[in-house]
Design a protein around this ligand. Structure first.
Ligand SMILES: NC(=O)c1ccc[n+]([C@@H]2O[C@H](COP(=O)([O-])OP(=O)(O)OC[C@H]3O[C@@H](n4cnc5c(N)ncnc54)[C@H](OP(=O)(O)O)[C@@H]3O)[C@@H](O)[C@H]2O)c1
Length: 246
């Protein structure tokens, strides 16, 4: 079996936690990043947790260096970066959002994955291992919605960022594969945040509640399985693959 290592952001809960769990079950090594701990993953010899707030953009290059120093790179045949962590809020019209709320969303959901990708590519360019970046995106990156401007803009940015980087890398020797993965609507805390708002506060909360009550949310485990299938596929490095999971 291939010796694989993954750096996954947002492993304390939701899709990131399930993804880490499944990768560990397959014998892969996982370096997880989140502000909180990843209780369910601790105790596994192949799991290494980095408690870090990704809104601290200036420390990311150093964080990637620290993680890479711990990975047995000479044995690693496949090295992945999964940019999964993101935040949904603020969920309100843009004129009600504070500077702090807008910049926090864009920093965590867009700037941090861009800097992680940049650092990851730069610091691993000397390796011969297969490398792949997966950027978690959303239908919100293609479909505008009221009171979701920050999230929709971050996800539209993730799509464009993935396309630009795939273009840049296509002509390189041992290029990094880049895909954008849209998981569809998944039963995680992110959904609970949207459902938990009153319709007065966030007009689309009714829609999020309807989808939940109709049992239409996917399980994080099912989505993580699909994500691993996409990771394992050989991606055409000349273009970004937008995987839309309906
Ligand atoms: N759930 C859905 O329906 C859905 C739909 C489309 C796309 N997606 C995308 O799928 C991805 C995962 O979503 P999810 O539903 O699993 O979300 P979630 O349950 O809210 O989990 C988000 C993860 O990101 C981490 N995170 C948030 N802010 C962070 C920060 N400042 N620094 C470090 N880590 C941070 C959280 O850890 P800490 O809080 O411990 O820091 C947590 O582990 C996101 O990119 C999301 O946009 C989700």
């Amino acid at each position: 079996m291939q010796n694989r290592t993954f750096i996954v952001t947002g492993t304390s809960k939701g899709i990131g936690m399930q993804l880490a769990q499944l990768l560990l079950e397959q014998g892969d090594r996982v370096y997880g990043i989140s502000r909180g701990t990843a209780e369910l993953l601790h105790g596994n010899d192949l799991y290494f947790h980095f408690q870090y707030d990704l809104s601290d953009l200036m420390g990311i290059e150093q964080l990637v260096k620290k993680i890479l120093e711990q990975i047995p790179l000479e044995e690693t045949e496949f090295l992945g970066l999964i940019n999964n962590a993101a935040m949904l809020e603020p969920l309100k019209p843009i004129d009600q959002c504070s500077t702090e709320e807008i910049s926090m969303n864009l920093n965590i959901s867009l700037a941090a994955p861009m800097i992680l990708s940049s650092s990851f590519i730069r610091q691993t360019n000397h390796l011969t291992a297969r490398r792949k970046i997966v950027n978690l995106t959303s239908g919100s990156g293609s479909y505008p919605a009221p009171s979701m401007a920050a999230y929709c803009t971050s996800k539209a940015g993730m799509n464009m960022f993935s396309e630009c980087v795939a273009m840049e890398l296509a002509e390189r020797l041992n290029p990094v594969e880049v895909i954008a993965f849209d998981p569809g609507m998944v039963d995680t805390e992110l959904q609970a945040v949207a459902r938990g708002k009153s319709t007065g506060e966030f007009e689309l909360s009714g829609l999020f509640n309807q989808v939940y009550e109709a049992g239409q949310l996917k399980s994080p485990r099912e989505v993580a399985k699909r994500l691993i299938e996409r990771i394992e596929e050989n991606s055409d490095t000349s273009k970004v693959v937008h995987t839309m999971e309906s």
